[in-house]
Design a protein around this ligand. Structure first.
Ligand SMILES: CC1=C(/C=C/C(C)=C/C=C/C(C)=C/C=O)C(C)(C)CCC1
Ligand SMILES: [Fe+2]
Length: 369
């Protein structure tokens, strides 16, 4: 896989140099800010404010089903599913290479083997697979945020402990905090996954008040310890640390006040996926050039174009699975099928992102110094 071609060679090599072993370039910081972070702050902040106000007024609006499922449904088309549909191009580009058929084949085989194995595991052991899905997402979303924090130039995350804490906290916010406040709705979602395979969750101690109280207390301690560990590494008033602490607070409040289906669906699109899209812009020479010229829309259009074919294939595959399996068309069942489908794609997606982290010196082994 040593082939490089034309203009991408030098630009690609520059990307690798810029991402592995040197501080983030100003243009990378800007893309992560403008594309990856600002929209998420705005959308999640607004939703949290609305939900907190409604809650404070003592109103409990029974949201119609279409509103509850809308963010998840939208994620199939807008940013969510598409953010992984560039996985066939991202590894080569991260290594500063042009994606050739050999790269595509390598990623394709990885998807088939890992996705196939996980699909088989869902059929054999749905409850364990559901737990694995939540654990995998915890890790993946945590690592996504760690990358974004590095990319905007945070300096308080040097050190293995604070990095591990950041992954645990940032991943636990979407995966654990909804369970603390909305155990019944959380349970309904996970129940629907295992029901697809004719199973039930069973006693599931994790939903009991005692277990949730203990998990919530432990997670609050890990959050505070991580934020303080970061604080010790920089001078007072460090902007990167303050931003991290403010995001952490925002996400705690958001997942405590916004009902989980909406909260996780919106977070998936507007937070995790947009941050990954910003990362994709940075490894694609053409998109990066557009962004460096201040044309973020052109950069996004380029990523969107790259994502289009495999997004369409994924949706067609999902529709085929739904038809063959003959699932009913209740929103809860369709959402469950979609999420199990995402789970199967997530395992190879996590492998691709872990590979990108390794090449870029990012992730737990980082920061890129
Ligand atoms: C919807 C939902 C849940 C789980 C969603 C998951 C696990 C989504 C994973 C998406 C991934 C991995 C996308 C790729 O990056 C919970 C928290 C169980 C309960 C609340 C509603
Ligand atoms: Fe992802």
């Amino acid at each position: 896989m040593s082939d490089t071609a034309g203009g991408e060679e030098s630009a690609g090599a520059r990307t690798a140099a810029a991402t592995a072993g040197s501080a983030p370039k100003p243009s990378a910081r800007r893309v992560m800010f403008v594309v990856g972070c600002r929209p998420g702050w705005f959308v999640l902040g607004a939703l949290a404010a609305v939900a907190a106000t409604v809650g404070a007024l003592g109103v409990d609006p029974a949201l119609p089903a279409w509103v509850r499922y809308a963010p998840l449904a939208a994620s199939a088309l807008v940013v969510g599913l598409p953010h992984g549909a560039v996985d066939h191009l991202a590894p080569a580009r991260t290594a500063g290479r042009t994606p050739t058929p050999r790269w595509l084949l390598a990623v394709g085989i990885g998807y088939l083997v890992l996705g196939g194995a996980y699909a088989a595991l869902w059929a054999l052991a749905p409850v364990a697979s559901a737990a694995l899905f939540v654990g995998l997402t915890w890790l993946h979303w945590g690592q996504g945020d760690l990358y974004a924090l590095d990319s905007i130039g945070s300096r308080h995350l040097e050190g293995a402990g604070v990095r591990l804490g950041t992954v645990l906290v940032r991943g636990g916010l979407p995966m654990l905090v909804p369970l603390l406040r909305f155990p019944d709705r959380y349970r309904q979602v996970v129940d629907a996954w295992v029901a697809l395979f004719g199973r039930e969750l069973g006693s599931a101690w994790i939903f009991t008040p005692g277990a949730r109280g203990a998990l919530g207390a432990a997670f609050a301690v890990v959050t505070v310890a991580t934020v303080l560990a970061g604080r010790r590494r920089v001078s007072a008033g460090d902007a990167g640390w303050r931003r991290d602490a403010a995001e952490t607070l925002l996400l705690w409040v958001y997942f405590l006040v916004v009902p989980p289906l909406v909260a996780v669906g919106v977070y998936f699109c507007a937070w995790h996926s947009l941050r990954h899209v910003a990362r994709l812009v940075e490894v694609d020479p053409a998109a990066r050039r557009a962004a460096a010229d201040g044309d973020e829309l052109a950069a996004l259009a380029r990523v969107g174009r790259d994502a289009l074919p495999l997004t369409a294939v994924s949706i067609a595959l999902l529709a085929a699975v739904a038809l063959v399996a003959g699932v009913d068309t209740a929103p809860a069942t369709l959402a469950a099928l979609y999420l199990v489908f995402i789970a199967v794609l997530t395992l190879p997606h996590v492998a691709v992102v872990a590979w990108m982290d390794r090449v870029q010196g990012a992730g737990l082994a980082g920061p890129p110094s």
